[in-house]
Ligand binder design. Structure first.
Ligand SMILES: *Cc1c(COP(=O)(O)O)cnc(C)c1O
Length: 362
């Protein structure tokens, strides 16, 4: 049976390198010739402790995480961080500043309100989140400022981060490891692994010890960052397999030159696709040009009635996962690290063929 080559533009869980999938599959059957599956070994075994150490080391190296930050592997997805952050750092009498730049930022605001007051210091809801909003001033007594570096659904990305004189917290779920972002400007960074780091099931948190030292109120154990830090993310059973596959994926990234190298490729991939969206008279981009994401490219057709037809045309040519998010509509091509430039070329060719087939070569 021949399997048609698939170009996986899915937004998450997303494409992983073929070599990583092969290693991951082998480890399920017989991990490192141990005669055991990775799925059936104790997380307290020296062999798995070694995986934890290596994964943390790779994160520190690839992202240049400063010494005084803890690297944590948690569960519950990025969405759990929406409530865990205020649970640790926001109390009823305090306020936190939030940027409302997309659906995920919007969700994080909802959760923060369970714990304290929320000041929305910028919103692009009025322009359908087509841009990153201007950020207003915050008062000195603000507990922290929260933003989303890449808006996965709306296809906008922040290319600079403000210093507002309060702790800076960022949801980097969809662009972590895709470009160089100095971690030292943030006090806490988090990311669900399934966009660029590995399979679903693990959430990466990088947090400055100094921020953790400010927590004075009691926090339930499973929500307390300090408990995870003090137990090397093994207070309870960690997501063993997700961490293992993330380690393989980060080894792949390192072998391919690291974040700075992959960033160059990511820039080239996005530039190629945006150029076609601009050139092709059938399509237009959804995000404002200066804010558009290099990771999630969102676009529509001028003739909405044609969108279903283009989707099946593209599916026949092996394009997977390009349907836009249900509330955003249109198309979204996610260009995560493991997606090759060749796949972007194939999508561009597909858009050009569709133009020719339907509208002649004008
Ligand atoms: C996918 C995503 C989330 C939600 O992640 P889960 O792991 O599904 O909870 C949050 N924020 C951003 C920016 C995302 O892309």
């Amino acid at each position: 049976m021949t399997i048609q080559i698939k170009h996986n533009f899915g937004a998450g869980p997303c494409i992983l390198p073929a070599s990583v999938l092969e290693q991951a599959a082998e480890a399920v059957k017989n991990w490192d010739n141990s005669g055991l599956s990775i799925l059936e070994v104790s997380h307290r075994s020296p062999k798995f402790e070694e995986v934890m150490r290596k994964t943390e080391q790779l994160v520190r190296e690839l992202l240049e995480v400063p010494e005084d930050y803890a690297v944590l592997f948690l569960q519950g997805g990025a969405s759990t961080q929406f409530s865990m952050i205020p649970q640790n750092f926001l109390q009823k009498h305090q306020k936190a500043a939030y940027l409302d730049a997309g659906l995920f930022g919007h969700k994080s605001i909802k959760e923060a309100k369970y714990f304290g007051q929320v000041d929305i210091v910028g919103s692009s809801a009025g322009t359908s989140y087509s841009r990153v909003p201007e950020i207003g001033a915050v008062s000195k007594d603000t507990a922290y400022f929260h933003c989303t570096s890449n808006n996965t659904i709306e296809g906008t990305e922040m290319f600079s981060f403000p210093d507002l004189g309060v702790p800076l917290i960022c949801d980097m779920s969809s662009d972590i490891f895709s470009r160089v972002i100095p971690i030292s400007q943030f006090d806490l960074v988090y990311a669900g692994a399934q966009k660029n780091m590995g399979p679903a099931g693990m959430t990466l948190v990088l947090v400055k010890n100094e921020l953790l030292d400010t927590v004075e109120h009691p926090v339930p154990s499973m929500s307390d960052y300090r408990i995870y830090r003090d137990n090397q993310s093994m207070f309870n059973t960690p997501p063993v397999y997700s961490i293992y596959v993330a380690m393989l994926n980060l080894q792949w990234l390192k072998a391919n030159g690291g974040v700075a190298e992959i960033e160059k490729e990511n820039i080239a991939k996005a530039a190629l696709l945006y150029a076609e969206i601009e050139r092709n008279p059938l399509f237009f981009g959804m995000a404002d040009q200066e804010h558009r994401s290099r990771v999630n490219v969102c676009f529509k057709m001028h003739d909405l009635a044609k969108e279903e037809d283009f989707l099946s045309f593209a599916a026949e040519r092996g394009m997977v996962g390009i349907k836009g998010y249900r509330t955003a509509g249109g198309f979204r091509a996610s260009l995560y690290n493991a997606l090759r430039l060749d796949s972007v070329k194939a999508l561009v060719a597909c858009m050009q063929d569709y133009e020719k087939q339907n509208y002649g070569n004008n």
